[in-house]
Design a binder for this molecule. Structure first.
Ligand code: F6P
Length: 376
């Protein structure tokens, strides 16, 4: 009897990131051309699987996308177990399971960051054959050396810091550059080191604004009247970090519905307050140093445009390794980057974990050694 041709569904979920198309192409070309499988693109993350929205991926749709930013499939932050349908939040897991079978899928490939790994694990536990690839500009997915998107965002953020240097120097100003990264500091730390920022602030090392001002004033005393502060969007002062930790603990310990609600409100209030943190920090530094301060929020520029060569290589090799695992029917794993190789890591070892910057990481040590202030 002829062997059944494997049919793969592939989706991209969470925030977009450079290298997604390169990864789709890596999985697709290996699956189609090398293994003779079929591949179906699912639109807009997990929602496409609920709403039966798909795109046939063949040789022509996979051509010319290696260098293209974003994702040809579209993406969303929808979660299978909490999806807003007609204005109501519903658990759509069983609909996804049904559609997976109706579409005749043998495997679902999910390209995404930390949230996607959790959602993929839920679907694997619901009985689907799932494989994931680690994507995010934040570089914070656990159990992998790297995530695609990070290298490109790092280049973009570094180039921005380079450009900010000349204008800060001309105007004798402090320029505070806010860099993405969610709750991790990899992007701000990497770009801060590569761009020679004078101060780097990351969530893993809560800061004291007086110490930052001291470092900037020291530079002024030595005749350098400008400074570049690279601040991760999740960076916090020691007080704010303590308050956040306390609220998170409160939520963890909450037993009654009332206590949970109260802790959630507290957390939400802190998050709203944090949104203006970079502006407040710049103002505070201006007051303490008497140097004019300006803010540049890099924002979505960091996620846009063509992927760097490093991301194209990473996405292609992870994608291609993913097709190998499908061929071997090795499911329930994330394809991790391990040195020059790849490694399948069980999803339950990845989901719900975050790769933070260890405070004694070699990047942190090097930054300190070259005289960068880390705000502590
Ligand atoms: O995870 C990638 C990321 O760009 C984070 O750095 C940032 O905090 C978040 O996504 C922004 O999310 P959204 O695209 O939903 O605004």
């Amino acid at each position: 009897m002829a062997k059944k041709i494997k049919r793969i569904g592939i989706l991209t979920a969470g925030g977009d990131s450079p290298g997604l198309n390169a990864a789709i192409r890596g999985v697709g070309k290996t699956a189609l051309g090398y293994y003779g499988m079929e591949i179906i693109g699912i639109r807009d993350g997990f929602r496409g699987l609920v709403e039966n929205r798909r795109l046939k991926l063949d040789k022509s749709t996979l051509a010319g996308i290696l260098t293209v930013g974003g994702t040809i499939l579209g993406t969303s932050r929808d979660k299978p177990h909490r999806m807003v349908i007609d204005g109501r939040t519903r658990d759509m897991t069983s609909v996804i399971v049904d559609n997976y079978h109706k579409w005749g899928l043998d495997c679902l490939v999910c390209l995404g960051g930390g949230g996607t790994q959790k959602n993929a694990l839920r679907l694997h536990q619901a009985g689907l054959n799932v494989i994931t690839l680690p994507k995010t500009i934040d570089n914070d997915v656990a159990m992998t050396d790297a995530t695609f998107g990070f290298a490109t965002a790092l280049d973009i953020a570094t180039e921005t810091i380079d450009r900010l240097h000349s204008t800060a120097h001309s105007h004798h100003r402090i320029i505070v550059a806010e860099i993405m990264g969610h709750r991790s500091g990899w992007l701000a730390l990497g770009a801060g080191i590569a761009g020679g920022a004078d101060v780097i602030l990351i969530p893993e090392i809560p800061y004291d604004v007086v110490k930052i001002a001291d470092a900037i004033r020291r530079r002024s005393r030595h005749g350098t009247n400008f400074s570049i502060v690279a601040v991760a969007e999740g960076a916090m002062s020691r007080d704010d970090s303590r308050a956040l930790l306390a609220a998170e603990k409160k939520l963890e310990r909450a037993k009654t519905l009332h206590d949970k609600k109260e802790a959630k409100v507290e957390l939400a209030t802190l998050e709203v307050r944090h949104a203006g943190n970079t502006m407040r920090l710049a103002k505070h530094l201006e007051e303490l140093t008497q140097l004019e301060s300006r803010v540049t929020i890099l924002g979505y520029v960091q996620r846009g445009g063509t992927p760097s060569a490093a991301d194209r290589v990473l996405a292609t090799r992870l994608g291609s390794a993913c097709a190998d695992l499908i061929h071997e029917e090795h499911y329930g794993v994330m394809v991790a980057a391990r040195g020059d190789d790849t490694e399948p890591v069980p999803l339950d070892k990845v989901a719900g974990k975050r790769k933070s910057v260890p405070p004694d990481h070699s990047w942190v040590k090097a930054a300190r050694r070259v005289g960068t202030c880390l705000g502590d």
